[in-house]
Design a protein around this ligand. Structure first.
Ligand SMILES: Cc1ncc(COP(=O)(O)O)c(C=O)c1O
Length: 476
């Protein structure tokens, strides 16, 4: 208090002295002088205000502006955020134009399945469209546990937990289970939600080169002992490249170095394995084929093998937004892990519970998938058919193993946008994937195949794509 009074007195006498000194100055000169003599903190605040009170100068805004200017200059139509006028299926209508659609993850065609429509309509009539608040606050509805029980059974785990967003699942789960003193090693091409979770966790982290178990092992050999818990995390079917990790090697490495293994099955559920269970079913069946080829079928039980693979993965993560035609994400794991998440994962505790339409849609879709594997078989046939067509034209499908996610790598982002627009003009809706989502020379068109595409739609698309690629000088 005394200090404040003293400094006020000082200021007053300084101003008095300055006034007599400045009597001969003009009004403008006086104002300039005053602004020069202002407290430097106050002056800085003025600069801060003018520069940072909006987002015009934000680097991301400038990037978008540059993209728009470039598109305008070269007359390139923006292929993003087009409005589709009907249900998301194998065909779509954009601005009145009927297109064959490859832009979504409706892998088994459940999005407009009559069973889902009916179950969801009934559920909305009974429960409404929202559960009102977080489940911790507002309590649960029967459909929450029904869905989670089905998910835990799918992976033969003790329990499961469903979140309202797949992205938030990865961010919340990774960041809450791991922290300072822990280590996370993740595939370098992992989905953004994994990487955000890793960064937020506060754990030490290393990406390993895509699908390179030797590089992963080297990191663990050098660093494992310096840390407490260590997570290895990767995708079951890579969303950009359509390839799979070597689950056998991941399990071997996880066990050798005492790690926790997490697999993101967002694109693997409904796609891999003869019943669409995912990576564990795919590997169980693959190992069976190997043994058959070696005429060593012996005492072989495929279900047992699926269980064994399932048990070796500590956290099965997946989304409700793709094969399951809803919206949300899940983890299937030991009860202890699920308990921790239920009371601590921010995306669960502080976010509204899954709504009836989304939970019931996912639940009904899961039943459909497991009851009859005909759609899974059709999807696998369609994807194989499409990829072999593309290869016969000499198109570059990268590392894709030909299951649902099929990229066609075209080089620059500019070319990818051009080709996407050219195909759109011919009635094919396929999105370009451009830098920074992928490296600049790895820009691509990414095709999501579904069980409901017809061979004639796939053939027509391959022909038109080859034509566009020839125009770009990609193939002869
Ligand atoms: C591998 C992977 N994980 C997580 C997510 C996030 O899922 P959602 O879109 O359901 O939030 C995605 C989204 O496409 C994904 O590809």
């Amino acid at each position: 208090m005394f200090e404040q009074v003293a400094s006020l007195k000082n200021m007053m006498s300084r101003i008095k002295a300055e006034r007599s000194e400045n009597d001969s100055l003009s009004e403008q000169e006086l104002m300039e002088l005053q602004s020069q003599r202002r407290d430097p903190k106050e002056k800085k605040l003025e600069q801060v205000r003018s520069e940072y009170m909006d987002f015009r100068s934000h680097p991301l805004a400038q990037k978008i502006d540059a993209f728009r200017t470039l598109s305008k200059t070269f007359g390139i139509e923006n292929p993003f955020f087009r409005v589709h006028e009907n249900v998301h299926g194998t065909r779509t209508t954009i601005a009145g134009r009927d297109c064959i659609n490859f832009s979504g993850y409706n892998y088994l065609g459940f999005n407009d399945h009559p069973v889902l429509r009916r179950s969801v309509a009934d559920a909305v009539l009974k429960y409404g469209t929202s559960v009102g608040a977080s489940r911790l606050v507002a309590g649960e509805r029967p459909f929450h546990r029904q869905l989670e029980n089905k998910l835990s059974a799918l992976y033969e785990k003790e329990d499961a937990i469903a979140f309202v967003s797949g992205h938030a699942t990865n961010v919340s789960v990774i960041s809450v289970l791991f922290g300072a003193g822990d280590l996370i090693v993740y595939d370098g091409l992992s989905h953004n939600s994994i990487i955000e979770g890793v960064k937020l966790s506060g754990a030490r982290f290393y990406p390993y080169p895509h699908n390179d178990p030797e590089a992963l092992e080297k990191i663990l050999e050098n660093h494992r002992t310096e840390y407490q818990r260590t997570l290895i995390v990767t995708e079951g079917l890579f969303s950009m490249d359509g390839d799979v990790p070597d689950l056998d090697r991941l399990i071997e490495i996880k066990n050798k170095y005492g790690c926790i293994l997490m697999i993101d099955e967002a694109h693997a559920l409904g796609v891999l394995g003869s019943h669409g269970r995912g990576l564990h079913e795919y590997f169980a069946e693959k190992s069976m084929v190997c043994r058959r080829n070696q005429s060593d079928c012996g005492e072989f039980n495929i279900a047992e093998k699926v269980s064994r693979y399932s048990g070796e993965v500590d956290l099965w993560m997946g989304t409700l937004s793709k094969t399951l035609a809803g919206c949300g994400g899940y983890i299937a794991a030991d009860r202890q892990i699920i308990d921790i998440l239920k009371f601590n994962a921010p995306g669960f505790v502080y976010s509204v519970g899954l709504s009836a339409p989304m939970a019931v849609a996912a639940s009904a879709a899961l039943d459909l998938m497991l009851e009859d594997n005909a759609p899974v078989m059709r999807l696998q046939h369609n994807a194989g058919f499409f990829v072999s067509k593309l290869k016969s034209f000499g198109l570059n499908t990268g590392k894709s193993i030909g299951y649902a996610v099929i990229p066609v790598i075209v080089g620059s982002s500019h070319r990818a946008v051009n080709m996407s627009n050219a195909l759109y003009e011919r009635g094919i809706n396929v999105q370009p994937i451009i830098h920074p989502a992928v490296e600049e020379q790895q820009a691509r068109l990414r095709f999501f195949i579904t069980s409901e595409h017809t061979e004639s739609e796939l053939s027509e698309t391959a022909d038109l794509l080859a034509e566009a690629a020839r125009k770009e000088g990609l193939i002869k």
